[in-house]
Design a protein around this ligand. Structure first.
Ligand code: ADP
Ligand code: MG
Length: 672
């Protein structure tokens, strides 16, 4: 978070990435919800209704066909004639009879013996009619006309594929007593009926795996009435189930959802038919599931329940898991029995994977696109941030250089934006700063020189005034031939001598302050040096009534003895000057506790340090005394610090007041 460029990148992330990701989630959710709820479920329901409608129409057409034929005059005529010729044949054993054998011969050769032709032409005519229907419609395996005594009159002689119906089969049919069939009984009673999906015992062939649907049929039976309305026979038709199966397996079911999946995949949707119990499978792409129970064998009782609990015959199944796939499905009941239907349940399901295939694809596209866009956004931001902050960093570097005293630091930024302006201002500022600094230094130098000159003039004038006055006095005494002239001269010479000494002191103070001569350091015993200094001030101390005492074991330092003598001389002078009424001066020289240093403590019982003077003591020219130069402590500090030591001045805390000056100097190791 320290760098502007990092902040910029984070800002872009927060401003672009977060909303984008949130938006993506929203879109993704919308796609899933809309696709399942709005598009797929509706489509499934629409399509399954369409399928159920087709099945209804198919069944309805078959039933109507059979009903229509039963009313055909030809059939009535055939039945009437069959009855009468049956009687004739029975009465006259010479005459040929109509049976399975005769029908089979006709079916294979399309020829009838002259004998047969004479009596059974009307039956053959009807047979030919049935054949034509079978051939044209292609959905009937059997159209059978049965006499009231339960014996077949005739049936189609060929199957939809054009093959003859087969002698064995015909023998079975002609030998069968149809009065045993419930549908026959009902038809004789005058009632049409229809048989649900079943494996009929009257089927002509047995089909193997892959064609199992062919083994199943739905059946229709209807009474045949004469003009007086009496039932004179029964018409029965078997419709092969694979036509219904064909409806649910039509390509439309898959093609309808083609758009959902990618080109290389087949859409998952498939349809099925359950019996009216909503549990027994009678139509399914997997024919091996025929007659399995949905709730037991397939293990989806919730689907059966959903249909049974539904009361308008159409709806959606709950989402369910089958064969490892989550699926959505819709169902629709076919027509109820009173409307001529079977009340089957037609279902249509689709894998959720298919539903989401498109949305997943779109989402991946969106994700990929977003990732690329964001990556580019971040990269660009980083580049821009770098380019934006580079001038700032350049500015920072230059500012540091200026702060470090390099006043002619210039920034080389040529951008035309605010940063460029800032750089120009900065360059101008440093240029001005440099000029002002030059002026300031010159002004300071001038002021320093003026101050120095003033100080020197003042300090020199002080001793010169008494010299001047004394000389005037001597001159007058000489002119007036004063008898005490000699004495006056002697006093004057003495005064001039002292003032000259004073002047030399002042001059050497200034000399020392400007740096003085080159130091010539040597090993010095500090105790001895201080004894020497104190001896020089002995007379003065006695004069003032100051009791001087030197304490401590002393110690070795490495320094220029002349300079050190001057420093300590000054400190002792200061102390004596602070005690005009007498007092006590203690000078202690001893190794400082716990360090490699020697400590000199000069303690007086004088006037102490005035509060207002405290922080100015070491400034050059600072003095509270009329004839002082104010250079003593300034020189002392410089000399001591150049030796690696330290000096400090403070009021004595105990007893009689006064001042303590403490000087610390490094011990000289070799000789110590
Ligand atoms: P000067 O002696 O010429 O005044 P210094 O630099 O030696 O200059 O001292 C500066 C001032 O510090 C003195 O004028 C005095 O006011 C104060 N000062 C220094 N030593 C002492 C001391 N021992 N007691 C009290 N005041 C002191
Ligand atoms: Mg002094």
């Amino acid at each position: 978070m320290r760098r502007i460029s990092t902040k910029l990148v984070l800002a872009v992330l927060a401003a672009v990435v977060l909303p984008f990701v949130a938006f993506m989630f929203f879109i993704n959710y919308q796609m899933e919800v809309r696709l399942t709820e709005d598009v797929v479920r509706q489509s499934l329901q629409g399509l399954v209704q369409d399928l159920a409608g087709q099945i209804d129409r198919f069944v309805d057409e078959r039933r109507q066909n059979v009903a229509q034929w039963s009313e055909s005059a030809m059939i009535v005529f055939a039945l009437d004639n069959y009855e009468s010729h049956k009687g004739i044949v029975r009465a006259d054993p010479e005459r040929a009879s109509w049976d399975a054998d005769a029908l089979d011969r006709w079916a294979t050769t399309r020829e009838l013996s002259v004998d047969l032709k004479r009596d059974w032409d009307f039956v053959i005519h009807q047979t030919r009619d049935f054949d034509r229907i079978v051939e044209v419609t292609g959905v009937y395996d059997l159209i059978l006309l049965v006499a009231p005594d339960g014996r077949p009159v005739t049936c189609n002689s060929r199957l939809p594929d054009g093959q003859p119906i087969g002698r064995e089969y015909l023998e079975f049919l002609f030998g069968y007593d149809f009065t045993a069939e419930p549908w026959f009984g009902r038809a004789i009673e005058g009632e049409a009926s229809q048989l649900d999906h079943h494996a009929s015992r009257f089927r002509a062939r047995e089909y193997g795996p892959g064609e199992l649907a062919h083994n199943y049929h739905i059946g229709f039976s209807t009474p045949v009435r004469n003009q007086r309305g009496e039932v004179i026979g029964v018409l029965f038709a078997l419709v092969n189930w694979h036509h219904v199966q064909g409806l649910i397996e039509s390509r439309v079911v898959k093609e309808y959802f083609r758009g959902l999946v990618t080109e290389d995949r087949d859409p998952s949707p498939y349809a099925w038919i359950w019996r009216s119990d909503a549990d027994t499978i009678i139509g399914h792409p997997r024919e091996d599931l025929y007659y399995e129970s949905v709730s037991n064998h397939v293990g989806l009782p919730e689907l059966t329940r959903a249909v049974l609990e539904d009361d308008d015959g159409a709806g959606s199944y709950p989402e369910y898991l089958f064969a490892g796939e989550w699926k959505n499905a819709a169902f629709k009941r076919t027509a109820e029995p009173e409307d001529g239907g079977f009340y089957w349940v037609v279902g249509l399901g689709i894998d959720n994977d298919d539903i989401y295939a498109t949305s997943t694809e779109l989402r991946n596209l969106l994700l990929g696109g977003t990732a690329i866009v964001l990556l580019m956004a971040i990269l660009w931001t980083m580049v821009i941030a770098r380019r934006t902050t580079e001038p700032i960093r350049e500015l920072q570097r230059s500012t540091r250089r200026v702060a470090g005293g390099e006043l002619d630091a210039q920034i080389d930024i040529r951008s035309r934006d605010e940063l460029g302006e800032l750089a120009r201002d900065f360059n101008q500022m440093t240029a001005e700063l440099k000029e002002q600094r030059g002026q300031l230094i010159k002004a300071e130098k001038d002021a320093a020189w003026r101050e120095m000159a003033k100080q020197i003039a003042h300090d020199i004038k002080n001793p010169l005034t008494p010299i001047q006055l004394s000389l005037d006095l001597v001159e007058r005494a000489r002119r007036e031939k004063n008898p005490g002239y000699d004495e006056i001269l002697e006093r004057t010479l003495d005064l001039i001598g002292r003032q000259v000494t004073n002047l030399r002191e002042i001059a050497s103070d200034f000399y020392e302050f400007t740096g003085g001569r080159r130091p010539e350091p040597q090993a010095i015993e500090l105790g001895g040096l201080l004894d020497e200094v104190l001896r020089l001030h002995d007379a003065w101390a006695v004069d003032l009534g100051v009791d001087v005492r030197r304490e401590g074991p002393g110690g070795m330092v490495y320094a220029d003895p002349g300079k050190l003598r001057r420093v300590f001389g000054n400190l002792v002078s200061n102390a004596l000057q602070a005690m005009p009424e007498g007092g006590e001066l203690r000078v202690e020289v001893a190794p400082a506790a716990g360090s490699e240093r020697i400590r000199v403590r000069i303690r007086d019982t004088g006037v102490g340090i005035p509060e207002e003077a405290r922080e100015h003591l070491f400034e050059p020219y600072f003095t509270t005394r009329g004839e002082g130069t104010g250079l003593g402590l300034a020189i002392a500090r410089r000399v001591i610090e150049e030796l690696g030591g330290a000096i400090d001045l403070r009021s004595a805390e105990d007893g009689d007041g006064g001042t303590v000056v403490e000087v610390q100097l490094p011990t000289h190791r070799e000789t110590a």
